[in-house]
Design a protein around this ligand. Structure first.
Ligand SMILES: Nc1ncnc2c1ncn2[C@@H]1O[C@H](COP(=O)(O)OP(=O)(O)OP(=O)(O)O)[C@@H](O)[C@H]1O
Length: 251
């Protein structure tokens, strides 16, 4: 049984089929990459998954629970957490305060039965554990907006992890990063794999091929193929349609 399943998903914009009967599964412990040339429909699919857009047909299931009709915020409760291409970090707050806001927002009902002081302590411990998880413990008291870009993206991942997701949706986590920052983000994503399923949308093909157990290639809204890195690399249609455009300077 797949942790996450997309069945026959369709999205039309007027006469354009931006999502054309897409089927896709993500297994527990898997990094599944979604790739495709510009305009293939990756952003539309991400918006359908996170609930920012309603589909015209099809279903989305987490652990066999149908989440198709749930609004975005309720999908988080169902186990879906998203990192954004545009970061949602509060730039004027410290790293620690950003994390405290996130863990408070997701504190379960069990917290309400704790005395105020031990409840607060438990939240602080969670915030500190998240900072450590993404390598930001030393930056605890830094104003988030003053962190280097890569560290801000790591903080964004930590904010998504505060929801304790079963499926983490990463939308171009390496965007705008230099090689060192990318390498750190690759290591971070790899370290999360055992705890959750990850759907990764990323243009950095080195990172994708290093991380992904399977890849789905999207072209004009349709799934061209799903396979391992070797299967995708070796597929003549992929080389023609996708990697060909990549070599011509697609970012
Ligand atoms: N709100 C909208 N209204 C009309 N057409 C749209 C809308 N959003 C996306 N499209 C169209 O749907 C198609 C898929 O776009 P989408 O942004 O999902 O592609 P993408 O693979 O994410 O591309 P990129 O890598 O450039 O972000 C494109 O042809 C785009 O012009």
């Amino acid at each position: 049984m797949s942790l996450f399943r997309i069945e026959g998903l369709v999205k039309r914009f007027g006469g354009l089929l931006a999502t054309d009967h897409v089927d896709l599964t993500v297994e527990q412990g898997e990094v599944h990459a979604l790739i495709g040339p510009n305009g293939a429909g990756k952003t539309t699919l991400v918006n359908l998954i996170s609930g920012l857009l309603p589909p015209d047909a099809g279903r989305l299931l987490i652990d066999e629970r149908d989440i198709t009709a749930l609004p975005a915020h309720q999908r988080v409760g169902a186990g879906l957490s998203r990192c954004f291409q545009v970061t949602r970090v509060f730039a004027r707050e410290t790293v620690h305060d950003n994390l405290m806001l996130a863990v408070q927002a997701h504190a379960g009902s069990s917290m309400r039965f704790l005395a105020a002081r031990s409840g607060e302590r438990a939240l602080v411990e969670q915030a500190e554990a998240l900072a450590e998880r993404v390598g930001l413990s030393a930056e605890r008291d830094r104003i988030a907006g003053t962190l280097p870009h890569g560290a801000q993206r790591a903080l964004d991942v930590a904010l998504a992890l505060a929801a304790k997701p079963r499926l983490l949706l990463l939308d171009e986590p390496m965007a705008g990063m230099g090689p060192d920052e990318s390498a750190r983000m690759v290591a971070l994503i790899a370290s999360l794999r055992s705890e959750m399923a990850i759907l990764l949308i990323e243009h950095d093909m080195d990172a994708v091929f290093r991380l992904a157990n399977r890849l789905t290639v999207l072209v004009q809204g349709r799934v061209l193929m799903t396979g391992t890195a070797d299967e995708v690399r070796g597929h003549p249609d992929v080389q023609a349609v996708y990697l060909g455009t990549e070599a011509e300077g697609h970012s």
